[in-house]
Design a protein around this ligand. Structure first.
Ligand SMILES: [Zn+2]
Length: 305
């Protein structure tokens, strides 16, 4: 199995999350008050960047305070220099801050405008703040819930239920029959782009079963021999992409038009051309930021057993 490269986006976690100290309020309070501590700031799930320094998302405590009282704060962890990093969200009014611009995370990350470790921290922050935004009420009794554990859970004051941030596993799999691989097109893809098939893991399923089911549902292909490759946090809002290879046990494609616009077999040479941007019909594949790119590349380079 080829080694997953570091180019996969959102996978370079730079932080010691110090998760065992999240409930230690004096520890977390002292970190927040430390002048070396830095903040990632968000308005409506969109990170803020200092205009004067390219795309610098790191703000000091005083800079963060000028935005007012945060809607939510999360302790993300400490970097290699033991400087703490927090995420904080603000309401719309904060966008008026001088020399600061709000730019969606996805294009910033995909264009490489921020160093990879910071991209990972921004992804962690975005998933956490979005979870708080959408889980303000108890799923058990409907009461407003309170943030606890430095932002890593919510507690219901009425029924005492604890709610934890969610991660939604998604299998993304490259199915091959040896010399060809199966790729599909979703209607919302850029024109000409094909990628590995993907789908959410359902309760009660293993990753392997989710791969078998999704490939059969979407393309009518039975597959076997699922092998794990690598995973990728995908913070839109909180997926975890589980990259796999699988071997086709049948070759006759039946496309589920509700899910896919097209699916077909591609030769190794064709996939190589799609990755290089030299496909004769202009077909393309996902960029290196996405784990799908690396699944396709491993196949194109003949790195699979
Ligand atoms: Zn409750």
């Amino acid at each position: 199995m080829p080694t997953p490269p570091h180019a996969i986006g959102f996978t370079l976690d730079p932080l010691d999350r110090v998760s065992e100290k999240r409930d230690d309020e004096s520890f977390v309070h002292a970190l927040r008050a430390d002048p070396a501590t830095r903040f990632l700031l968000f308005v409506n799930n969109v990170p803020l960047f200092k205009r004067a320094s390219g795309h610098d998302p790191l703000f000091g405590a005083q800079e963060a305070q000028t935005l007012g009282t945060p809607l939510q704060t999360v302790f993300l962890g400490r970097d290699a220099d033991r400087r703490a990093l927090f995420a904080a969200s603000f309401d719309e009014g904060a966008q008026a801050l001088h020399d600061v611009e709000a730019v969606e995370l996805r294009p910033v990350a995909m264009q490489g405008l921020v160093p990879p470790p910071l991209v990972s921290a921004l992804g962690e922050a975005r998933s956490m703040l979005d979870w708080h935004r959408r889980h303000r009420f108890c799923a058990n009794c409907g009461q407003s819930t309170d943030s606890a554990g430095a932002g890593w859970r919510r507690i219901c004051p009425n029924c005492k239920a604890q709610h934890f941030p969610r991660v939604d596993p998604v299998v993304i799999m490259l199915v091959t029959d040896g010399e060809r691989c199966l790729l599909g097109r979703q209607p919302q893809f850029l024109p000409g782009m094909y990628s590995a098939l993907a789908g959410f893991v359902e309760p009660g399923e293993t990753f392997e079963h989710a791969v078998y089911r999704e490939v059969l549902e979407e393309a009518g292909i039975r597959c076997t021999d699922v092998r794990y490759y690598a995973s990728q946090p995908w913070p839109f809002p909180s997926s975890l992409m589980i990259g796999c290879f699988a071997r086709a046990a049948s070759t006759g494609i039946v496309v589920d038009r509700n899910e896919l616009e097209d699916a077909r077999w591609f030769t190794r040479a064709e996939v190589g051309a799609m990755l290089d941007g030299t496909h004769e019909n202009g077909l393309s594949a996902p960029k290196p930021f996405a784990i799908a790119h690396h699944l396709l590349k491993a196949f194109a380079m003949n790195e699979l057993d």
